[in-house]
Structure formats: C-alpha cells, structure tokens
Write a protein that binds this ligand. Structure first.
Ligand code: HEM
Length: 350
C-alpha cells in the first residue's frame, strides 16, 4: 500500500471569489430555511432536517493500530469514549421516507484528549452522508445548488429541470442517483470532505459492524410503507438489539486525491478504508418525546467542533465553518430556544 502523504499547510488552496461564494450560499440557505419554517411553523435543520433516531453508546479505539492510523482521536490504543449518534435524511424539509435520498449519521465523541479547535471543549463531532463524495464538491458549486433550490423552492420539477440542463448535472445529482432506499442502519456513511488526520490527511467513514446489521440492506423501503418508516425501522432494531458500526479511515496517498474538490472519489483500490475503532450502541428506545425534542431542537453537530488534529479541509469545509453557525442559530432563534454544547452523553434524555 502506498505511504500516506504528509499534512502540510499547502494542501489547502483558497478558491478565487471564495468569500463571496460562501456569503451568497449562506444568505440563500437562510432564505430557504425561513421558507421551510413557514411550512412547518418550526425551525428545522437546513439540511438533515428529519431525524430517525438518537442513540447513546461508546466508541473504542482498536489497540493494534499502525502508527499512520494511530493519530488524533485514534491515538490511544484501547481508549473508550461515550458517544451520541443522530440518524437523519439529507433534505432540509421533513420529506416522506419513501422518497429515496441521501441519509446522514452524526457522531459526537465525548472526553477527547488533545488540542481542540474551540478551546475549552472536550467533544469531537463527525458528520457523515451515504456516499463517498459530495456532488457539489466546492463552495462555488454548493452555492450554485443552493441558489437553484431557492429559485424553485415550491416547484421540484422546475428545480430538477434546471439542474439537468447543466453540463455538470451528473455530478450535481450524484447523491440522488446512487443511494438505495434501505434500512438506515445498513448504510455505510462517509465524511465526503477531507480532514486532517494527525500527521496526514484522510476521509472517515462508518460501516455496519455485524453481518446481521449488514443484512438489513435487504429491507428496502417500498410504496406500501408508511411515510415515516425509517424511524420505525430504527426503533424496531434498537429497542432490543445492539447496533454496531465499524469506523474506518481512508488515508490520502496521492496528489490525485484532491482536498479542494469533494466531488472526486479517492481511489479505494489505491487507499482502502481501514478499520480504526468500533462504535457500540446498546439496546435502547431511540425516539422518546424527550429525546426527540432535545435532539431536534437543542442538539447540534458541527464539523469544526473537535480536535485540531482533525481540522476540516477544503472549500466545502471552509463554507461549513460559517454555515452551520449561521443556520444553526437561525434554527434555535426561530424556536426561541438555545443550542447546547453537550459535555456528557448522559444529557441525552431516555
Ligand atoms: C462535506 C460533506 C457534508 C456532510 C457529510 C454533511 C453532513 C451533515 C449532517 C450529517 C448533518 C446533520 C447534523 C445534525 O445531526 O445535527 C448536517 C447538517 C447541516 N449541514 Fe451538512 N454536510 C456536508 C456539507 C455541508 C455543506 C457544504 C453545508 C453548507 C453550509 C452544510 C450545511 C449544513 C447545515 C446548515 C446543517 C444543519 C446545522 C444545524 O441546524 O445545526 N453541510 N450536515
């Protein structure tokens, strides 16, 4: 296997007009989110609005990692941390689950050791989607997609038509085409963007951790299902069974693995995802009223909330640095509440 490239300052290249693209993108998303508020009369996340369950458990670092993988969060052999997980659908509206879409998994890891990007905090957030790549893989492309969504907020077929008329239509719609509509606990989930990985640069993913959980992929959502079937599927599994995810890391080993464009797949032949830790979520009720209200309205996951050893990289991640703050604040303001920086997994209500 090729050696991982070092993380140096010049892996990042600020894009021309990037500040303007970020400003326009966030402004557009704020306007869209305000229109969504008017549909529900409740503030929701600008993406990943609909939750399917919240879970509590642990992450344990493997105790035999080679040096290039034993970095940052995964540096201490055998270390165990409490975690909180949220499962959701990518859309910024509360869509019907029978509509295929990317799904998301958010992971908050507690009591991490080392320098954090927000001094004084001790949690590390990781956010994943069900595809290795992000179609609109630069801040400019993400801005263009956001503005198209805004222009056609109430007319999905006009939005699809405008996207399909673009020369990059295939890339922009990647996540709609490639993801099967299956049980949320059977997906693999990916960070899509690049992150620092101690001495190196990497993308991170989580995979179903047992054959039984993998087999849930056979459970496809059909037109006979209920519009909130994903919550029911999660609940029917987690109520009396353990959920396991295998955390894997893909190290950047070649200049052909860009940091600035998250739409380019890093070759898994050249650098496969390698297992670094296990997440175990014991049997539990994932969607009590108390859990849902806390999780939907107060809980927040931020890509820039975590260890400096895993600093987010590339233009979509620089966009996210401002985007999550602005849109997360809009969400809590609309609901006349405040976000919470959890310091213990026990704060997630039963
Ligand atoms: C790079 C790939 C990306 C991944 C894997 C990803 C994943 C996610 C996930 C899993 C969530 C749900 C977080 C939660 O449970 O609270 C989320 C929320 C969100 N994402 Fe992304 N995302 C990506 C890119 C972006 C970009 C480029 C933007 C543009 C600003 C963005 C804006 C947001 C916003 C505003 C929220 C909701 C924040 C809140 O209200 O707390 N995401 N994302």
């Amino acid at each position: 296997m090729p050696a991982p490239l070092p993380w140096t300052d010049d892996v990042e290249r600020i894009q021309p007009d990037e500040a303007e693209h970020i400003r326009r993108c966030i402004d557009s998303m704020l306007r869209v989110n305000a229109m969504t508020f008017d549909l529900h009369r409740h503030g929701v996340r600008a993406t990943h609005a609909k939750s399917h369950g919240f879970l509590r458990g642990t992450l344990t670092v493997h105790d035999d990692l080679p040096r290039e993988l034993a970095q940052g969060l995964f540096a201490t052999a055998g270390a165990t941390h409490d975690v909180v997980v949220r499962l959701a659908t990518e859309s910024g509206q509360l869509d019907d689950d029978r509509k295929a879409n990317a799904r998301g998994l958010s992971l908050k890891v507690f009591d991490v050791e080392g320098e954090t990007l927000e001094p004084g905090t001790t949690t590390h957030d990781l956010l994943f989607n069900t595809l290795p790549i992000l179609g609109p893989g630069t801040a400019q492309k993400f801005m263009e997609l956001s503005e198209i969504r805004e222009r056609h907020f109430s007319d999905e077929s006009a939005m699809t038509e405008e996207i399909q008329s673009r020369p990059d239509a295939e890339q922009m719609t990647a996540f709609h085409r490639l993801v099967g509509n299956i049980h949320p606990l059977a997906h693999a989930y990916y960070t899509q963007g690049a992150f620092g990985y101690g001495d190196h640069v990497a993308k991170i993913s989580v995979y179903p951790g047992t054959a039984e959980q993998e087999a849930l992929a056979d459970r496809e959502v059909t037109s006979d299902d209920d519009g909130s079937v994903l919550r029911a599927l999660v609940e029917s599994w987690t109520t009396d069974r353990e959920t396991v995810f295998d955390v894997r890391v893909q190290l950047r080993t070649s200049e052909d693995m860009p940091v600035e464009d998250a739409s380019v797949d890093w070759s898994q032949d050249e650098s496969p995802y390698r297992s670094v830790a296990t997440v175990r979520l014991p049997p539990q009720q994932p969607y009590s009223n108390a859990r849902r209200v806390f999780g939907d309205d107060r809980l927040a996951f931020r890509p820039w909330h975590g260890l400096a050893a895993h600093r987010p990289l590339g233009s979509v991640n620089r966009l996210r640095q401002q985007g999550y703050e602005a849109l997360g604040k809009q969400r809590t303001d609309l609901n006349a509440t405040t976000g919470t920086t959890m310091t213990s997994a026990s704060e997630l209500p039963d």
